[in-house]
Design a protein around this ligand. Structure first.
Ligand code: MG
Length: 300
């Protein structure tokens, strides 16, 4: 009798990824990719930042250029109504689109009278508030923006009030705040610090901050991510944190315990769960990948 092989392709992730799942390579041609977001029609948009493009991929129509020039979009997200949001290095702004990305309006450009650095990544909370990070990567890396002087006294995590449009700095104790995500109960805000990108002694960790309405409490270290950096992150419906890294998608339980990894052959910039299908989409250096999952992504 031939023994039945029951080995799971991603040990430790048996409860989160079906046994038949394999990493699929969907699209190539980027230089440094970030910010994937899924649309209702099954397509995925993602940023090729140095290429100054937003790319698209659809299961039947394949790959296309969606926006060029894109003023160096980085992170994307969507809200409960399906509106799209983008972080624009080039415009030093947070943008919103209510027509599936055909046109974009700036909704945040300044904080306390000074221009933002280069908004990097973004989520919309259940109360409609827009949270985004503002490291200076679009200013200090000539291939990722139009340059310019940093006007803010630091690199902060901001909250944009949905009713007043006011932009308030809510986290000011990080060096290079980058990716962000909320727990399913919206009471824990996860934010990555990727200061190791320009400092060998710098941070490459995910911090967890208690959140009550618009009040952020004191942060704690949640997980140190290796190899590479925890650029973008997402949380699933059970509160597990799925992080970018240099070696694959690292998955952590809500208590910070590392559960396992989905190896990816390129350095990951960001990732997102589809809201229409059971897939995790991964933007990694030149390419877009996906892997089937057996959990839903948290909506924010
Ligand atoms: Mg990022």
């Amino acid at each position: 009798m031939t023994p039945v092989t029951t080995e799971h392709p991603f040990p430790g992730l048996e409860a989160l990824i079906p046994a038949h799942a394999r990493l699929e390579h969907l699209a190539a041609g980027g230089t440094w990719t970030e910010g994937p977001v899924c649309q209702d029609d099954g397509s995925v948009l993602w940023s090729d930042i140095p290429g100054n493009r937003v790319l698209s991929w659809h299961p039947e129509r394949g790959q296309a250029v969606f926006l060029h020039p894109a003023h160096f979009h980085n992170g994307h997200t969507r809200d409960a109504s399906g509106a799209l949001y983008a972080c624009s290095h080039g415009e030093r702004a947070v943008l919103k689109s209510t027509d599936q990305g055909q046109s974009w309006q700036a909704i945040a450009t300044h904080h306390e009278g000074r221009r933002l650095n280069s908004p990097n990544d973004i989520i919309v909370a259940p109360d409609g508030a827009v949270w985004f990070t503002d490291p200076p990567y679009g200013l200090i890396q000539p291939h990722e923006g139009y340059g310019g002087e940093q006007e803010q006294p630091g690199c902060f995590m901001y909250r944009l009030d949905p009713s007043t449009g006011e932009v308030t700095a809510k986290i000011t104790d990080m060096i290079r705040p980058n990716g962000l995500a909320l727990s399913p109960d919206a009471r824990t805000l996860y934010v990555t610090d990727t200061s190791r990108s320009h400092d060998p002694e710098g941070h490459h960790h995910i911090r967890a901050y208690p959140l009550a309405g618009d009040t952020v409490g004191a942060g704690r270290s949640f997980a140190v991510v290796d190899p590479g950096l925890p650029d973008g992150i997402r949380v699933d419906e059970y509160g597990n944190v799925w992080s970018s890294s240099g070696g694959g998608v690292q998955v952590y339980a809500p208590d910070g315990r590392r559960l396992g990894v989905v190896p990816v052959p390129e350095v990951i910039g960001n990732l997102t769960f589809s809201h229409t299908e059971a897939y995790l989409y991964i933007a990694a250096t030149t390419s877009l990948y996906r892997v089937a999952v057996s959990v839903k992504g948290n909506a924010f």
